[in-house]
Design a protein around this ligand. Structure first.
Ligand code: SAM
Length: 392
C-alpha cells in the first residue's frame, strides 16, 4: 500500500533513510513528507520506530472537489460504515492549496456533515466528533481541486513520545531534536552534551538512539489501533522485537546543564520516565560554568531565540556562547540550533556547516563549529560579526 510520512521542512531526507532502513520501498521525497510503499507491518513499524516522522498517513480515496457540493457528494459515495461504527468518534483535518475551496474549517465541516448524514440515514444515529482523541482521524488534502482523503495511522502527532508531559514551557519538538542528533553525525559513542538542555529533549532523543530504543515505545495509543483491520498479534510482535533489539552501551555518556532549577527538575522527571537516568548527568549552572567532561565530544544545544529577551542581552549571550566554545570545547564538534539568524552571527566563529531547518513556521539554522584541539584554528576564526556572511 502507498503510505505518506509527514515531517518538518528539512528533515525529509533523513526520514526517507529511516523508512528505508525499516524496509520501505519506492520512497519519494515530497515537501515536508516522504511517500513510500509498505505493508501493514511496515505501517506499524514506521509509527513505532521513525524518530523524525510526525504522522504516517494512509491515502484511501482520490476525487475531485471543485466546490462544496462535489465534496459532499464524493464524501457520501464512500461507505463509512466499512471504516468505523456509529459509537466511535472521528475528526477531520483539512489542508488546501491552490483550490476553489479556500476555507479549511468550512471544508472539514462540510465533509463531517456528509459522514454524519450518511450514518443517520442508514442507522438512525450519528457518530460524534472528537478533535482531541478521535478513533478515526481523517485528513483531506485538496490541491488544485483534487482531494486526497487519508486515514491518520498515528492519531496524535508522533512527536508526543509519552516520556514528556505538556504542562510546562515550550521545549524543542522531540522529532526535531531527534533530527538534530541524526544530522549531527554523532557516532553514538562519543560524549554528548547540551549546556542549555531545558527539559532534556536532545539528551533523551540521543540516548534512545544510542540504545536503539524505539522512540515511541512509551506512547499509549496509535490511530491504527482503532482501525477495523487492526492486527493486535502483529502489533504485539513488532513491540516485542523492538524491545529485544534494545542495547545497553557500556560507555554512553550524556551531559546536560541549564541555568534554571525548575526546568532541570522537569528534565530529571522526563529522563526518569524514559528510564535513562543511568546515562544522563545533569548540573544546574549557567553555560559558561559547564564543566566540559572530556577532551573530545559533541555539543548540541538550542539556546533561546531571544523572543522574550532584550536584543542587546541576546547578542551578548550568543557572543558568550562563542567564547565558551573557543575557550573550553577544543577538540569538540559544537552544533548550535537557533531560530534567530541575526544574533547567530554574534557567536563569532565561522560555521563549517549551516543546515536550514524549520521549527514549525520559524526558519532556523543548525550550525556546526569545529573547535580544533591545539591548532587554535577556531580561535583564529573568531571574527567580528561584520566579517561574516550576511546570512547564517
Ligand atoms: C530554547 S530552551 C532549550 C529547550 C530544550 N532543548 C528542551 O528541549 O527543553 C533554552 C534553555 O536555555 C536555558 N538558559 C537560558 N540562559 C541560560 C544560561 N545563561 N545558561 C544556561 N542555560 C540557560 C533556559 O533555561 C532554557 O531551558
Amino acid at each position: 500500500m502507498l503510505l505518506i510520512a509527514k515531517t518538518f521542512a528539512g528533515c525529509e531526507e533523513i526520514l526517507s533513510e529511516e523508512l528505508e532502513s525499516l524496509g520501505a520501498t519506492e520512497t519519494r521525497i515530497l515537501t515536508r513528507a516522504v511517500e513510500f510503499e509498505g505493508d501493514q507491518s511496515l505501517l506499524y513499524k514506521a509509527n513505532l520506530h521513525c524518530r523524525t516522522a510526525l504522522r504516517i498517513l494512509r491515502p484511501m480515496y482520490h476525487f475531485e472537489a471543485a466546490d462544496e457540493h462535489m465534496l459532499y457528494h464524493e464524501m457520501q459515495r464512500i461507505d463509512w460504515s466499512e471504516h468505523f461504527h456509529v459509537k466511535q468518534t472521528f475528526a477531520i483535518n483539512t489542508t488546501l492549496n491552490q483550490s476553489n475551496l479556500t476555507h479549511s474549517l468550512y471544508v472539514s465541516l462540510k465533509a463531517k456533515d456528509a459522514i454524519v448524514d450518511q450514518f443517520r440515514d442508514n442507522f438512525g444515529e450519528r457518530p460524534d466528533v472528537d478533535t482531541e482523541r478521535p478513533d478515526l482521524r481523517i485528513h483531506l488534502h485538496i490541491y488544485e481541486n483534487q482531494c486526497t482523503l487519508s486515514f491518520d495511522s498515528s492519531g496524535d502527532s508522533l512527536h508526543k513520545r509519552g516520556y514528556r508531559d505538556y504542562t510546562n514551557q515550550a521545549p524543542i519538538n522531540e522529532a526535531l531534536a531527534a533530527a538534530l542528533v541524526l544530522k549531527s553525525g554523532w557516532d553514538l559513542k562519543m560524549p554528548l552534551a547540551d549546556f542549555m538542555c531545558g527539559s532534556g529533549t536532545i539528551l533523551i532523543e540521543a540516548a534512545m538512539l544510542a540504545m536503539n530504543i524505539a522512540p515511541n515505545k512509551f506512547r499509549d495509543r496509535f490511530g491504527f489501533e482503532s482501525w477495523n483491520d487492526f492486527n493486535p498479534e502483529l502489533w504485539k510482535q513488532i513491540r516485542r522485537d523492538a524491545k529485544a533489539a534494545e542495547i545497553n552501551p557500556d560507555h554512553l555518556q550524556l551531559y546536560g546543564s541549564d541555568i534554571s532549577g525548575t526546568v532541570l527538575d522537569k528534565a530529571r522527571q522526563n529522563i526518569e520516565q524514559a528510564g535513562l537516568s543511568k546515562y544522563i548527568q545533569l548540573k544546574k549552572c549557567p553555560f559558561e560554568k559547564f564543566p566540559v567532561p572530556a577532551t573530545e565530544g559533541i555539543l548540541i544545544s538550542n539556546p533561546p531565540y531571544g523572543l522574550r529577551i532584550e536584543p542587546a542581552d541576546i547578542m551578548d549571550m550568543y557572543q558568550r556562547i562563542g567564547d565558551k566554545m573557543k575557550k573550553d570545547f577544543r577538540g569538540w564538534t559544537c552544533w548550535i540550533f537557533t531560530g534567530n539568524l541575526e544574533v547567530a552571527k554574534f557567536i563569532g566563529l565561522k560555521p563549517s556547516r549551516k543546515i536550514p531547518l524549520f521549527n514549525g513556521p520559524i526558519e532556523c539554522r543548525f550550525l556546526k563549529f569545529d573547535i580544533y584541539e591545539g591548532s587554535r584554528k577556531a580561535s583564529k576564526q573568531g571574527l567580528n560579526p561584520e566579517d561574516l556572511p550576511g546570512s547564517v
